[in-house]
Design a protein around this ligand. Sequence first.
Ligand code: MLT
Length: 203
Amino acid sequence: MKHVWIKGSNNRTLVMLHGTGGNEYDLIDIAKMIDPNANILSIRGNVLESGMPRFFKRIAPGVFDLDSLVDETKNLYHFLKQSEELYNIKRENMIVIGYSNGANIAGSILLHEDHPFNSAVLLRPMVPLKKNEINDLSGVHIYIIASKLDPIVKKEESEELDKMLRLRGAHSTMTWVESGHQLTMKDIELMKAWYESKVKRDI
Ligand code: MLT
């Protein structure tokens, strides 16, 4: 997959997944604000919708093409595994930070794979798909930042995702912000505080 790799000086890797119409450069500054010394692996989605990069196809806003979602979930997870060898890093030290469409594919990996990475921040996520099989996320830290004023994501969706992740054993925490779908400095402050208290204690 197209990506940017920035070598850091500690053993943590921030995996950055952009929103619809974004690219692999969008979230690099945010990654540097969260942990200036971590490795950064910032990835571009494989799919194009009217020229806008995405991580999987959709049929309409909020209506996902589930075949594409499942295929691209596998592709992204395979790429994360490949990158362990490529860059001499470990998935158990990866913190995935996804925004919007990027949060939705990160959520999909979390609903498919056992312990796919150390932890994840999901910014304005939806429930990517319903899944009855319960995989094992014990020990995985997840931080969901949602907005009650989000015109794209219903409040109940973020809450349901949080429940689905807890059911799989993840330590999932949720926080509400007052902004809409857009990220603000508040998101960065919250992420950084969570990262300092949960991730830095762990890796
Ligand atoms: C999605 O398609 O993943 C969600 O609707 C969020 C978005 O990208 O607008």
